[in-house]
Design a protein around this ligand. Sequence first.
Ligand code: FAD
Length: 500
Amino acid sequence: MSTARHEEFDVAVVGGGPAGSTLASLVAMRGHRVLLLEKETFPRYQIGESLLPSTIHGICHLLGVDEEIAEAGFLRKRGGTFRWGANPTPWNFAFSVSPKVAGPTSFAYQVERSKFDKILLDNSARKGVDVRQNRTVTDVVEGEDGRVRGLRYTDPDGTEHEVSARYVVDASGNTGRLHKRVGGSRKYSDFFRSLALFGYFENGKRLPAPNSGNILCVAFSHGWFWYIPLSDTLTSVGAVVRREDAARIQGDPEEAMRALIDECPMIGEYLAGATRVTTGQYGQLRVRKDYSYHHTNFWRPGMVLVGDAACFVDPVFSSGVHLATYSALLAARSINSVLDGKVGEQRAFDEFEARYRREYSVFYEFLTSFYDMHIDEDSYFWSAKKVTKSSDTELESFVELVAGMSSTEFNLTDTEAGVLRLKQRSAEFADAVDTLVEAREENMTPLFRSSVVRQAMQEGSQVQTRAQLGDEAGEVAPVFDGGLVATPDGMSWSEPDPVR
Ligand code: FAD
């Protein structure tokens, strides 16, 4: 092994998924020197195909790729269709009638991640990021003062490189190991602890118009299925089941998938005339487990975690790419503010961490309510997904996560308060869905009476509105008492206006 010359950057990003490419572009757009290292060569396969509007009309707009994405031929997603809850009637969650995300930007896309992620990564290169693929980062470099001051990576011929950077960003996703170097630990969730088995089918049935581009989620006794249309003929189909079913699934995935489809009549009906894809990037059945966790620390001097490297809740409401790109936006603002000499490091990263934890907690609560709402007394899977059955450690972990947030909506002091809050919010959400189903129409108003739904949509729609309105939509009030606000261009932080 040989060692190459030493290089210096302002920021070195590990991983070229949506979190890494978003952060790298937003920092390079401010004129800083950014290196991005990706261990694979794009296009590469990734799961996580169903997106939310704020990613498309908020983050992608800031990145300047919304037109390219609009022209890429991805299917439009008006929302989600759920066969889920106490009532057997499927119900729709449409983005278009949410009070804040109304109008021409009230849709998202179902994307083939190999294409979507490549568009974002190619854009980073166009924005001036030094993108190097097929390079594996092996470790971070610490200075004598304990600050992270760079990283080491290996290129395809085995040459080891050491790079200096004022910030190292770990965006290496679920499988990376660098997150350990930020300190603290990764805490896995008991509540969301499940396993996903997924594959791709040609010629599956579509929901009736205008919802044919919706994600369809169907609960059944052993778990639930996602059914995501990726083109007129291609569909991503996945079953989320108990972690304890791992042996059965890994033994013969093909047989396990067939048996699970047989147990879920609606998915069986949708796949009746379909064939499973058996070649190319979609040719195999894949399994993912241990995907629900959060890291106790999100940053340390010189290093920050974004996207799945920091946390992921659950696949049920398409929040992964939203949290990945949103955290990248927050971290980019903090890095830009510090590199520009506008805000001190501690203050800038406290803002990043508080907002990121809050958004993660909002989705954690929303998704807990989603599971808690479904009623199937005889099912091991669904009875384990009751808030009242959650273990103390799970709830302590949730309370820990939101503790210290000075905003009123997260005013929790102990585990008991955490349980009470989760129970109340779940019941409220279940009532809202019942009202929606009874109304038998596409009027989302009942859902927005539920505080978990309102909160889950709130920050995304603000990111979207600010990105669309540009300089006219500067943030006026801080999210947290004594906190910072986003600058009008959305790219960094500033102190709030003292007169307000
Ligand atoms: P990634 O997309 O994982 O990118 C990380 C990159 O880092 C990779 O390209 C990897 O090659 C690279 N890398 C890793 N280690 C190194 C290294 N040492 N050196 C250099 N490069 C490295 N989200 C949704 O929004 N919608 C969905 O419908 C959805 N469904 C899901 C279903 C399942 C079963 C699961 C488990 C997740 C799902 N998600 C979904 C979540 C989504 O997959 C992730 O949240 C998202 O991909 C995170 O993006 P990222 O950029 O953080 O990480």
